[in-house]
Design a protein around this ligand. Structure first.
Ligand code: ADP
Ligand code: MG
Length: 701
């Protein structure tokens, strides 16, 4: 049960005085709960102001920073009420100091209020965001208009919060203050020596320091108050991951030892030998499978490093041990592709492989399900359809999850629950930096495939302005004359699927004018079967150019493809560019990647393109990406900050992560039931950060 002390933080924001049903909707939006829903008091408390207005700083109009909230001392010069019939025109009040003048702008103004608060000739303090509009300085709806006496009553530093349209700074400040009053003093969950050594404030003091700032220094993310709260959040996530892992360990594994028979037949059917990195990773996986502990391993390898094969051989080992294996892919296309590529190898190994996706016909699906339950199918590849309730196995021993970050931890656990002591192998093509592995996967064991299969040639990467499209089309034309296969990727336009589609469709039409039916098209809104058909036509060489939106981003394998054209490369993140480029250079042919961009390039886009031209090392690219864009981008999300975290941001608080992990490890080891005094405080911490799932594991024991 959630401790009573936390109850006030879990009350809806609407219960605060001054927050009505209408504004509460705005708070829901501004506070963005991780999984949506009604905003709570605790969300307000965790919605930290990012900056503040220091009232002791009293800039003159000429020197005042633009696009920031400022406090100005002014004299009222002129009133310009909206004239004539145009009721939508704003009420403007011109105010000035000795260095310049600005307009205060009020839309749909209450005329009387404006006249009363800003009498002509009076001295006033106005605070709001100062903007340059059409060559003039203005402040739209100042959030404060004060005389000297009112100013004296204000705090020295006023917090400035992130808002949403329709919500005022004032409303947010009042609500945050009302929420803060409800924030309880909680027992300390951080190791006392750490708190002492770092001179961190208590949880409640840290919140107060930031919401009621005494100096702007508190907005520095390295301020002890921020560090403390970031650490709280990191500790909660590490303890939660630690508990899950401890439970997996405690439930134990079932040793599964292969005979090598099936694997040998598969290896014999391959036209190549395994790379050293594959051999090593496979040995690590097999050792895990054979042990009494449950496997929780991440196979991290750049695009084209041969992870899928490692996974297949792991599955073969499990089948040799007499149990079943499943592989879950993030998309229909990928599931199908894995299936098709694995099928001949499984036939060679004499394993029965099935495909299970949301698109199967009912009768077919029923047959597959029955065969899985009866154990007539040894291995299955599928989409998230795999962890639906109807799916039962005779004896699932291994679950392989491809491209993990698209699935949540919950889904992973759901698949793990489909069998007794299911070993879990996660494959990720995103070369996640070490720090992120820790955050998202906790203490997972990691195998890295750093070496690529021999014979791969470096990809010639070039950047060209879009004005040279004609040349590119001509070059592509020559290349397909010689049998080349070309991907042509059209980008995300304003995160709008319809527009994306228009861009890709239009490009396909243009190319069709040149190359007729050699041009195919695949995009996210096509029906599954049409997508497959387009992919297959390209795979078989019936089409030579495949125009695509980013649906091909992950994992698609057509070794004959040697040219990748990426339009509007400046709009893609580095990780995405790298993933896309990884679609070529997979066979023995020499490959080219053309990054078409629209000049002028911004600083970040230029840096990205330079890095792309410099290296194909996904690990280096991931690190650079982290530096350029913050870690959200590395994982392919558009969120800013660290996905899944509200207070901690790994690029600023990353150094706290190993400390939190070690501390979490110690807590879970010494006090696995969280029964000691500190353990109980840690329970509170878990509830505070809504890690209820993890606490539930304790009782499930
Ligand atoms: P990943 O999943 O890591 O992107 P894949 O497993 O899809 O990589 O492998 C990419 C391509 O390389 C596939 O066509 C695969 O058959 C081939 N491949 C895998 N291992 C080797 C190897 N040891 N030598 C040569 N080619 C390999
Ligand atoms: Mg793959």
């Amino acid at each position: 049960m959630r401790p009573d002390a936390l109850t006030p933080l879990f009350a809806p924001v609407a219960t605060l005085s001054g927050v009505g049903p209408k504004t509460s909707k705005l708070f829901d939006k501004a506070l963005e709960r991780p999984h949506g829903g009604e905003a709570r008091v605790g969300d307000l408390v965790f919605h930290l102001p990012r900056s503040g207005v220091d009232r002791r700083e009293r800039p003159k109009i000429m020197d005042a920073p633009r696009d920031q909230v400022v406090l100005l001392e002014v004299t009222v010069i002129e009133h310009r009420p909206p004239g004539g019939r145009n009721t939508r025109a704003p009420y403007r009040v011109v105010v000035a100091d000795e260095t310049g003048e600005i307009a205060l702008v009020f839309f749909l103004a209450n005329q009387q209020w404006v006249e009363r608060s800003l009498p002509l000739g009076s001295k006033r303090w106005v605070s709001g965001k100062l903007e340059l509009w059409d060559g003039h300085l203005q402040m739209v709806h100042p959030d404060k208009v004060l005389d000297e006496a009112a100013l004296a009553k204000l705090p020295a530093v006023e917090p400035v919060y992130g808002l949403t349209e329709g919500l005022t700074q004032r409303a947010m400040q009042k609500a945050a203050e009302a929420a803060l009053v409800k924030a309880p003093d909680l027992p300390e969950w951080i190791d006392p020596p750490l708190v002492a050594q770092r001179r961190w404030p208590t949880f409640r003091d840290a919140l107060q320091a930031i919401h009621r700032p005494e100096s702007p220094a508190v907005f520095d993310p390295q301020h002890p108050a921020h560090l403390r709260l970031a650490y709280d959040e990191l500790l909660a996530s590490q303890v939660a991951l630690g508990l899950m892992r401890a439970r997996a360990k405690k439930l134990g594994g079932r040793p599964s030892v292969g005979t090598g028979k099936i694997s040998d037949r598969i290896l014999a059917a391959l036209p190549f030998t395994l790379t050293g990195a594959q051999v090593e990773a496979l040995a690590e996986v097999r050792a895990d499978l054979a042990s009494h502990d449950r496997m929780l391993r991440l196979v991290q390898g750049d695009v084209g490093s041969g992870k899928t094969l490692v996974a297949l051989l792991a599955m073969a080992t499990m089948v040799e041990a007499g149990r079943q294996a499943a592989m879950m892919a993030p998309t229909e296309i990928l599931a199908r592709q894995h299936y098709e590529r694995m099928l001949p190898l499984c036939e060679a190994g004499r394993i029965k492989l099935a495909l299970l996706t949301g698109r199967d016909k009912v009768a077919e699906r029923r047959k597959t399900l029955a065969a899985l339950e009866a154990g007539d199918i040894d291995a299955v590849v599928g989409t998230h359809a795999l962890f639906q309730e109807a799916v039962a196995f005779r004896d699932l021993g291994l679950a392989v999850v491809d491209e993990q970050h698209r699935f949540g931890v919950h889904q992973r656990l759901a698949l793990g629950a489909k069998g007794e002591a299911v070993d879990i192998l996660v494959m990720t093509a995103t070369p996640i930096p070490r720090t992120l592995v820790l955050t998202y996967f906790g203490d997972m064991d990691v195998s890295v495939l750093r070496e690529k299969p021999a014979g791969r040639q470096p990809i010639d990467t070039r950047a060209l302005p879009i004005e040279r499209l004609d040349e590119v089309v001509a070059a592509v034309g020559r290349a397909i004359q010689n049998g080349a296969r070309v991907y042509w990727v059209c980008p995300l336009v304003e995160e709008n699927e319809d527009l994306d589609l228009a861009a890709a469709t239009e490009r396909a039409e243009v190319l069709q004018q040149f190359f007729g039916d050699r041009v195919g098209l695949v995009h996210g809104q096509m029906k599954g079967a049409d997508k497959d058909a387009a992919m297959e036509a390209f795979q078989r060489g019936e089409t030579s150019i495949l125009v695509a939106t980013t649906v091909i981003e992950v994992g698609v394998d057509v070794p004959q493809a040697t040219i990748m054209v990426i339009e509007h490369a400046e709009r893609f993140g580095l990780a995405q560019l790298h993933q896309l480029r990884g679609r070529v250079g997979r066979g023995s042919g020499r490959s080219t990647c053309l990054l078409l961009y629209k000049p002028p390039l911004g600083e970040v886009s230029e840096a990205r393109i330079t890095i792309m031209r410099e290296t194909e090392d996904g690990f280096r690219i991931a690190e650079e990406d982290l530096k350029l864009r913050g870690e959200g981008e590395v994982l392919g999300t558009r969120q800013s900050g660290t996905p899944g975290f509200r207070l901690a941001s790994l690029d600023v608080h990353g150094a706290l992560l190993p400390i939190a992990r070690d501390d979490a490890r110690m807590i879970v080891e010494k006090d696995p039931e969280l029964a000691s005094d500190r353990g109980k405080a840690v329970r509170t911490l878990l509830y505070l950060f809504e890690k209820d799932d993890a606490v539930r594991l304790l009782r499930a024991g």
